[in-house]
Design a protein around this ligand. Sequence first.
Ligand SMILES: N=C(N)NC/C=C/[C@H]1O[C@@H](n2cnc3c(N)ncnc32)[C@H](O)[C@@H]1O
Length: 415
Amino acid sequence: MQAEKEEEEAFPEEYVALCDFTASGSEQLGFSTGDKLLVHAKPSADWWWAELQGVIGYVPASYLRQDAAEDEEDTSLEDPWQDDEYFGSYGTLRLHLEMLSDRSRTETYRQVIVSNSASLRNKVVMDLGCGTGIISLFCAQLAQPSVVYAVEASSMAEHTRQLVKQNGCEEVVTVLQGRAEELELPEQADILVSEWMGNCLLFEFMVESVLLARDRWLRDGGVMWPSSAALTLVPCQADSYYSEKMAFWERPYGLDFTPLQPLAQQEFFTKPKFSHLIDPKDCLSAPCDVICLNMYTVQVRDLEEMEGEFKFCVVKPGVFHGFTAWFTVQFESLEAGGATVELDTGPNSDPTHWKQTLFMLDNPIHVYGGDSIRGNIVLHRNPVWRRHMTVTLHWNINSSSDNCQVGTKSFPMWR
Ligand SMILES: N=C(N)NC/C=C/[C@H]1O[C@@H](n2cnc3c(N)ncnc32)[C@H](O)[C@@H]1O
């Protein structure tokens, strides 16, 4: 009796969902990654009786992990920002080499410095997330700011100091190691420059650090580089990707493998495809900016859920396999009336390391010239894993040739 009594007291236990689970059968309970479930009983090793927001049902035990609160030493694994992993990855050269090898990206930042070099004279610059210090070195080499605070949280910072010295910029560039939103800057900055953009613009949510640093270190009237950003969307064909991942199962070596197609859809089309290079001819309409950020006014709380409408007019017959997304950022001139510089990661510009992001629908839809595809996109930041989000698309197709088709799909990035 005593043991049972103790066991009774142990429940409910709090667990975190490691990944999504779709319930099949009324007595099962579905959930999403990061959901906190209350486990009331463990009738078997594999299936537990759990509750989520008042709903009770059976859940697969293997999808759950004991919540951090119950198990102190694991808290480091529970970091919602995954900083160890994130800054660890930036402590090695791989990602910096990829970014520096991206000429379109890096030359754009150099262009910004060159075209504003006169106005940069005697200014205080903060380079947030300087990495190897490339932007700070451009400032010191191509303009005469009074000081550049090159802020870098990863262990790359000590190498960056060496590069600053190696290139004779130590008089101007000061490398500060630490998270920008936590460290002390000696003074306010006139310009806050950063290369913070992730896939689909926001992934990694480094932008949150940029906004916190803006609010704390950019002086009134100071300049944000980028000054604005836009997420752009277009309905598209993706025939080769569809053939490679889905049509393939129709007749491999003369056999019928179509029973594997639901698995293929789950495995290949549930998450967005990063690093997709869309051919401009696969765009079914003109693209549309669906979400625009003004870097002076956007607030961290706005990042929780960002929504944008779209209305595409199909310009030619084709197969609507999905949507492709990319972003542009603009750098306003320091001189009133000066030219704005833009970095465009879309299919009509030189490719960048971001390429584009492809969201595949479950079932392709034939569309025809004159059809309209209306709807909206919602970027919902993950409440638990703070560098991740879910992208939900809703669409309505109005076609003269057949009745209206409505659809919706959510894509985790990545949790
Ligand atoms: N554009 C993308 N996605 N990444 C390119 C830039 C990422 C670089 O910025 C640094 N970084 C990111 N967040 C912070 C922060 N809050 N404080 C200081 N340094 C930071 C990373 O360690 C990389 O070196």
